[in-house]
Design a protein around this ligand. Structure first.
Ligand SMILES: [Zn+2]
Ligand SMILES: [Zn+2]
Length: 316
C-alpha cells in the first residue's frame, strides 16, 4: 500500500476518533454534528478545494523545480527523514504564526481570513473553512521549501498528514486538558478562544497552530482556566451579512442531498466573493478600530453612533 493511501487512512481514523471524543467529552455543550455549513466544510472545503489547490500548488512547484536548478543546492536531503519532518514543521509553524497575526491586523488580509472565523460551531471539521486564496498562499509557502530544497518525497506526505490531524484537533470540541503542555503545543483549549466572539479581544490572541510557545514568546498567549471561563459564542457577530449557509439541518434532513448540495455550493461561492465586496463605512470604522486595537465592542458602539447620526433629524 502506498504511503499516500496509508496517510489518508490515518487522517480518516483520526477524524473518527475526534468525532467520538467530541460526543463523549464536549468542551462546548449542545453543539450539533450536522450544523451550519456541514456539507460546505466537509465536501467543498475539505475534499474538493484541498484536492484542486493541491494539484495547482504541486504543478506550480514542480514546474519551478524542473525549470530552475534550485533543488540542486539541497542540504536537507541528506538528513534523516524524521529530522526533515520536524525541521519543516517548526519552520512553517513560525511562518504561520506571523502570517496569521498579520491577517488579523491588516484590513485586506482579514478579508481572506474572515471565512476561517465564520463558523458559529467550532468542531473537528470547521477548521477546513478557509478562503482558497489563503490556502493557496499558505500551502505554497508550506510545500515550496520541501520540494525546492530537495527533501525526501515522503516528507511532504508526513507534513500534510500532521497538518490535517493537528488542524482537526485544535478546532475539535473536545474538553481536553493539556495542562503545562499548553506552553509547548497548541490544542483546543487555546485555539477555541481564538475563534471566540465574546465581545472582547480574545480572538486577537492565540495565533499559533501547532506550537503554543510562539504565542507565549511573542506575548499573545491567552488561556483562562476552562473551569472558570469558556467562550460563550463563536463566529463573526460583527459581520452579520457574512454569507453563511442557509440550510437548517434540523429542518431539512441531510438525505435531501440535492437541496443541501445546491444551497451549500452557493454559500461556498458567496463566501469567496464576499472577500472582494465593496468597503462600506462600517467596514472603515471596524478597520480603524482594529488598527487602534480597542476591540470589537467599541467598534460596535461607534458604528451604532454613526447610524444614529445619519438618521438624526437635521436642524436648520
Ligand atoms: Zn485567525
Ligand atoms: Zn482556526
Amino acid at each position: 500500500m502506498s504511503l499516500q493511501i496509508v496517510s489518508t487512512i490515518i487522517i480518516v481514523l483520526a477524524g473518527l476518533l475526534m468525532v467520538t471524543l467530541e460526543r463523549l467529552f464536549p468542551y462546548t455543550k449542545g453543539q450539533r454534528f450536522f450544523r451550519e455549513g456541514f456539507f460546505n466544510d466537509f465536501i467543498l472545503y475539505t475534499i474538493v478545494q484541498s484536492y484542486v489547490l493541491g494539484l495547482i500548488i504541486f504543478a506550480f512547484l514542480n514546474y519551478i523545480k524542473t525549470n530552475t536548478g534550485l533543488y540542486e543546492y539541497s542540504v536537507v536531503g541528506n538528513w534523516p527523514v524524521w529530522v526533515q519532518v520536524i525541521f519543516f514543521v517548526v519552520v512553517h509553524d513560525f511562518y504561520i504564526y506571523w502570517f496569521h497575526r498579520w491577517m488579523h491586523n491588516n484590513a485586506t488580509l482579514w478579508r481572506l481570513h474572515e471565512a476561517h472565523h465564520s463558523p458559529r460551531t467550532v468542531d473537528w471539521l470547521s477548521g477546513s473553512r478557509s478562503h482558497s486564496l489563503e490556502i493557496l498562499i499558505n500551502q505554497t509557502v508550506e510545500f515550496a521549501p520541501i520540494i525546492l530544497l530537495g527533501a525526501a518525497p515522503e516528507v511532504a506526505i508526513y507534513k500534510g498528514m500532521i497538518s490535517a490531524i493537528w488542524g482537526m484537533f485544535i478546532h475539535s470540541n473536545i474538553d481536553v486538558r493539556l495542562g503545562w503542555l499548553q506552553y509547548i503545543i497548541n490544542g483546543p483549549e487555546m485555539h477555541r478562544w481564538h475563534h471566540s466572539d465574546d465581545e472582547g479581544r480574545e480572538y486577537q490572541n492565540n495565533y499559533a497552530t501547532k506550537f503554543a510557545f510562539w504565542d507565549w514568546m511573542f506575548g499573545t498567549g491567552f488561556l483562562p482556566n476552562p473551569d472558570e471561563k469558556k467562550p460563550k459564542q463563536y463566529g463573526l457577530r460583527d459581520t452579520p451579512d457574512y454569507p453563511l449557509s442557509s440550510i437548517e439541518y434540523d429542518k431539512v434532513h441531510p438525505k435531501h442531498i440535492a437541496k443541501v448540495t445546491w444551497v451549500d455550493t452557493v454559500a461556498y461561492f458567496k463566501q469567496h466573493y464576499f472577500a472582494f465586496r465593496r468597503r462600506t463605512s462600517s467596514d472603515a470604522i471596524k478597520e480603524y478600530m482594529k488598527d487602534k486595537k480597542t476591540g470589537k465592542e467599541t467598534a460596535r458602539e461607534m458604528e451604532k453612533g454613526a447610524k444614529n447620526l445619519k438618521h438624526a433629524p437635521q436642524k436648520n
